[in-house]
Structures are given as structure tokens and as C-alpha cells.
Design a protein around this ligand. Structure first.
Ligand SMILES: Cc1cc2nc3c(=O)[nH]c(=O)nc-3n(C[C@H](O)[C@H](O)[C@H](O)COP(=O)(O)OP(=O)(O)OC[C@H]3O[C@@H](n4cnc5c(N)ncnc54)[C@H](O)[C@@H]3O)c2cc1C
Length: 506
């Protein structure tokens, strides 16, 4: 095993190249990346989970280096607006975790569980997490040295600039970059790929191939004929329209996801603009109608700002590693970007592959196990996304009625989890029992189910006992308020980072 060819120079291709170069360059591997001059990258996908920080830390790339180049901002979590019509629950925040959650999470979980058993206790998630306060106040979630309680965060970034940055880094780290359009894939008698051929006739032979060709999935689906497992019975959205808008003085440190007539809109703050998009179902609304609704919402009906229309193939391949080929990124599957999980899945795929391929001494010994693990990640993320729809109380359009109509396509795991919730069982224990905490941990499940207001209503609850009402929430508010004083204004912090002023992470 000496040479790996990656076909595709989108974010997935360059992330794969960087991780593989880090893992195997010292062992004499050559990594070559081929990128078509004809097919552009998808160019959307501007939000991440905290996993992206792990990626940059692993590669030793400082925030001060990459964030200003990519117009990047910090992200503490996602606000969900208008997903629920239940009074008091029209909005909630899904926070990334923080060290201080150790203090406040037990209070939240206790109050939720106790309310589920009929006691009148406050159970909306937003009050309990420092990340929601930091986001609400447009602060940067970077803790100063003298406040040793980290807040985990993700990022927002310009997808095109991030691609260019990663390309520059990968080339500097020894990845060979070739601009060429692949038109043919050569296989041996056993079906293994031996080479890809460009439109100029150049033959690129390798021992292993990575398919990062986006939705085209040239190697894994088109050549190796790997079946695609569609999620369309669970998730109706299959199209999106995206456009930028101006950003004001304050830079929020959260993504906002607002439910609209036939889907939902994202609002992602960068240092120089907002990225906006409407993810919708083409069964219920045309591209023109979606564009009109998005423009109207942004107050840009007549503005001369171009939009991008995109189609999405929702689901995953049955196997991600087939013969001597691994698919990474949109070529392996895609789940609508409601929780911005695509790059997280890219990272999981490459990291687990690198581990399995190395311990299998560059054979396919762990391929079956690998494919099962990656399928588990995709299906686990899908279940969490599906829960946003199944817990929505909206019935105001055909789209929402179709989404909330019945539970027939919900996975068995979800049916068990939902029924445990309604039975008031210990949900954290159920998440463990169902073995789903590596996809979404228990706090995320508490946040979504309580945040959507799947709780007994005011008229259904009784006065709590003193033992049930044992947590002093005003004291907790005071504690979180004072902790939040340690964090700086988001824009100020980003400007300091860009000017190489020694901010406290450096
Ligand atoms: C509407 C929408 C919103 C999204 N939002 C998010 C988000 O918030 N967070 C997130 O993490 N992800 C998001 N994503 C997903 C994210 O955009 C992708 O996962 C990410 O950009 C990786 O894409 P990719 O590299 O797999 O594919 P692409 O960017 O499509 O790159 C494909 C590459 O393959 C090359 N190629 C294709 N055919 C050939 C050929 N024949 N020969 C040579 N090269 C070829 C192209 O030149 C290109 O370089 C979103 C996606 C969509 C559609």
C-alpha cells in the first residue's frame, strides 16, 4: 500500500487528504487529490458541530490562522424557532455542552423528569445552560485563562473559503493536487479499482481510492454500484435555496433555524454577512415559491441578490467502504443540514477508517465492522433530525400535516425512546440502554423533547413537594449570569483574533 488517490476537492476531499497525510505520510504513502475544473464544489454548508475544533486541533492549526481567512465565527448551538406551537415553547436552544453543565444539567434533568411525573416544575431548557446565555448575549464562547470552565463550541464559516484554506494546507503538507476531470474508472477482474482516467487521457493508478465527488458519487455508486438507502420516508425535504444578507453590528454566536411553510430556514452569521437558506420539500412547494418565501422573510423581495437553488439526495449508501474504495462526504450520503452534522460525519468516517485500516494492516479486515459503525452514525443522526418533525405541533400547512401525521416510519429505537419519555422513565438511562449516546447524548434528547414542549400542560400538573422542588432556580440564574460575565463580545473577540492581538487562547 503506497498510493491513495482522492477524487474530489470539496471540503470532504481536503479534510480526507489532511487526515490521511497526517496519519500515513511518515510511512511513505503518497496522497494525490484530483479535482475537476468543470464541476464546482457544492459551496454551501457553513455550520459545524464542536467536532470541527477537534479536527483543527489535531492538525495543529490555530483559530487565529484559519478563522479570519474563512470569515468564521463561533457557534454555541442552534436556536429552533416556530417549530412548536405549544405556549411557552415556540423557541428553544440546543446548546453544545460546557463544563458548567455539570452544575446545572442535573437540575434541568430532574425538573423535566419530575414534570413528566406531574409536578409543576420549570422545565424549558434555555434557562439551564450557560451556552444559551452566551449565544443570547452575542458573546464569544472562549473562556479566559482565569475562568477554567470550558464551553464547547463549533463554528460558522464561508464554505468556499474553508475549501481554499484546507487545500493550501494539504498541499503544504505534501498532498499532490491535480486539476483534471475524471471520465473513466478502470477495474480489475475482482472489481477493485486500479486507476481513474482523466479527460486528457492521464491515468492515475493507486492502491486505494477515496470517492469525494459529492452527490455524483462517481466511484462508489456509479462504478461499484453500491445501493443507496433513501431516507425519504422519514425526511421529506429534498431541495434548498440559499442567499446572503447583511450582518449588523452584533454577531450572534448561534445558528437560527426557523420553521417555515414547507420546511425551515437557516440563518448563519459570518464576520461579513449572514448565510441564509430555505430547506424545503419539492413535493409541497416549487423552487420559485421557496425563493419568494425566503426573500420575503429576509425583506429582500426586490433586492438584486442572486440565489442558489440546490437539490439534495437524502439518505446513505448501504456500504461506505467497498473493495478498495471509501466514500466520504456527499458521495456517501447526506442528511438535511438541520443540526449541521455533515462535516461531523465526514470526520467520523475518515477517523474511523484511518483507525481500522491501520490496525488491519492496510487490508479490508475490519471493513464490515467499519460499515456497520458508519451506518449507525448516519441512522443515529437521522433519528435525531426526524424527532424535530415528529415532535412539532404545527399543522398549518399540508407539509406540516404530512410531517406530523403518523409515526409509521420512525425507527424502532425512536418508538422506544418516545414511549419511555411519555411513561416518565429515566431518559438518560434509556439513551444508554438503546446505545445511542454516541450519536446524540442524553442532554440533547432532553433539550429537544422538553424544548418542543412535550410535557404535561399547566392544567395537568400538581403542586410539587418540597423534595421535588429542591433546586433553587433563582440562585442558578444568578450563578449563570455571573459566570457569563467572563465572556467577551463576539465581534470584539473575532476582531482581536484577526489582528493577532494576543487574545487569551493564544
Ligand atoms: C443546502 C445544504 C446545506 C448544508 N449545510 C451544511 C451545514 O450547515 N453543515 C455541514 O456540515 N454541512 C452542510 N452541508 C453539507 C456540506 O455542504 C458538504 O457535506 C460538504 O461541503 C462536503 O461536500 P463534498 O466535498 O462531499 O462535495 P462537493 O463540495 O460537491 O465536492 C465535490 C468535488 O468533487 C469533484 N468532482 C466531481 N466530479 C468529478 C469528476 N468527474 N472528476 C474530478 N472531480 C470531480 C468536484 O470538482 C468537487 O471538487 C449542506 C449541504 C447542503 C446541500
Amino acid at each position: 500500500m503506497k498510493k491513495i488517490v482522492i477524487v474530489g476537492g470539496g471540503t470532504a476531499g481536503w479534510m480526507s487528504a489532511l487526515i490521511m497525510a497526517r496519519q500515513w505520510n511518515t510511512q511513505g504513502f503518497q496522497i494525490e487529490l484530483l479535482e475537476s475544473p468543470e464541476v464546482g464544489i457544492i459551496g454551501v454548508g457553513e455550520g459545524s458541530t464542536p467536532a470541527l475544533k477537534v479536527f483543527f486541533d489535531l492538525l495543529g492549526i490555530a483559530e487565529a490562522e484559519w478563522m479570519p481567512e474563512c470569515n468564521a465565527t463561533y457557534k454555541c448551538g442552534i436556536s429552533f424557532e416556530n417549530w412548536s406551537t405549544r405556549a411557552g415553547y415556540e423557541r428553544y436552544f440546543h446548546p453544545f455542552s460546557a463544563a458548567l453543565d455539570r452544575q446545572t444539567l442535573p437540575m434541568f434533568m430532574h425538573n423535566v423528569q419530575t414534570r413528566l411525573r406531574g409536578a409543576d416544575l420549570y422545565a424549558h431548557p434555555d434557562r439551564f445552560f450557560i451556552a444559551s446565555r452566551i449565544a443570547r448575549e452575542c458573546l464569544a464562547p472562549v473562556a479566559p485563562e482565569n475562568f477554567p470552565f470550558d464551553v464547547h463550541y463549533g463554528y460558522h464559516f464561508d464554505a468556499v473559503l474553508l475549501g481554499q484554506f484546507l487545500r493550501k494546507k494539504a498541499i503544504a503538507r505534501g498532498v499532490v493536487h491535480r486539476v483534471c476531470h475524471v471520465v473513466q474508472v478502470q477495474q480489475d477482474d475482482a472489481g477493485n479499482i486500479v486507476a481513474v482516467v482523466s479527460d486528457t487521457g492521464d491515468v492515475h493508478a493507486a492502491d486505494f481510492f477515496v470517492d469525494c465527488t459529492g452527490f455524483a458519487s462517481l466511484l462508489l455508486q456509479k462504478t461499484l454500484q453500491t445501493p443507496f438507502v433513501s431516507y425519504r420516508n422519514n425526511l421529506l425535504n429534498d431541495a434548498a435555496v440559499a442567499m446572503p444578507s447583511d450582518i449588523g453590528e452584533k454577531i450572534p454566536s448561534e445558528t437560527v433555524s426557523t420553521a417555515l411553510n414547507n420546511g425551515w430556514a437557516w440563518k448563519i452569521p459570518l464576520t461579513n454577512r449572514y448565510g441564509n437558506g430555505y430547506v424545503y420539500s419539492s413535493q409541497f412547494c416549487s423552487a420559485d415559491e421557496a425563493e419568494h418565501e425566503l426573500r420575503a422573510r429576509l425583506g429582500l423581495l426586490d433586492a438584486d441578490i442572486p440565489v442558489r437553488h440546490l437539490k439534495m439526495n437524502i439518505g446513505r449508501v448501504r456500504e461506505h467502504w467497498v473493495k478498495n474504495c471509501l466514500a466520504v462526504g456527499l458521495s456517501q450520503g447526506f442528511i438535511e443540514p438541520l443540526e449541521a452534522t455533515a462535516l461531523f460525519l465526514v470526520q467520523q468516517t475518515i477517523a474511523i477508517f484511518a483507525e481500522d485500516f491501520t490496525r488491519g494492516e492496510f487490508t479490508d479486515r475490519y471493513r464490515t465492522e467499519f460499515n456497520q459503525r458508519i451506518n449507525g452514525h448516519f441512522d443515529g443522526v437521522r433519528d435525531y433530525i426526524v424527532t424535530h418533525y415528529k415532535t412539532s405541533s404545527r399543522t398549518d400547512t399540508e407539509y406540516w400535516r404530512a410531517n406530523t401525521a403518523d409515526q409509521q416510519d420512525v425507527s424502532q429505537t425512536m418508538l422506544e425512546l418516545y414511549s419511555s419519555w411519555f411513561a416518565g422513565k429515566d431518559l438518560a438511562a434509556e439513551v444508554q440502554r438503546l446505545n445511542i449516546s454516541s450519536y446524540y447524548p442524553a442532554p440533547s434528547w432532553y433539550c429537544i423533547l422538553a424544548g418542543m414542549g412535550i410535557l404535561p400542560k399547566a392544567e395537568q400538573v400538581r403542586k410539587p413537594t418540597a423534595e421535588e422542588a429542591r433546586f433553587d432556580l433563582p440562585a442558578m440564574d444568578n450563578f449563570l449570569r455571573r459566570c457569563t460575565l467572563n465572556f467577551s463580545d463576539h465581534r470584539w473577540y473575532l476582531e482581536k483574533l484577526a489582528s493577532n492581538f494576543p487574545v487569551y487562547t493564544e
